[in-house]
Design a protein around this ligand. Sequence first.
Ligand SMILES: [Zn+2]
Length: 80
Amino acid sequence: MAAEPPEDVDWGEHCAGAGPPALVEIRGVYAGGLFYECARCGFAFQRWSKGHYLHDKARRYIIMHNERRAVARLDSRSHP
Ligand SMILES: [Zn+2]
């Protein structure tokens, strides 16, 4: 599932040319895309504007997602 990020969400210059990011659903939290994931590198970023009731909830999962991703990268480096 892919979608264009809303204009008020800043995903910066992240992986320019990667194409539209994927929506990630966390079951039991929100029935739908809770946050975006870069189609190229898997980096997660915010879908909701500040003040939206899902913004803070999504933020926790975005941080967890990116921490796991960082750990996975370290693992693959130590086991080539
Ligand atoms: Zn990326």
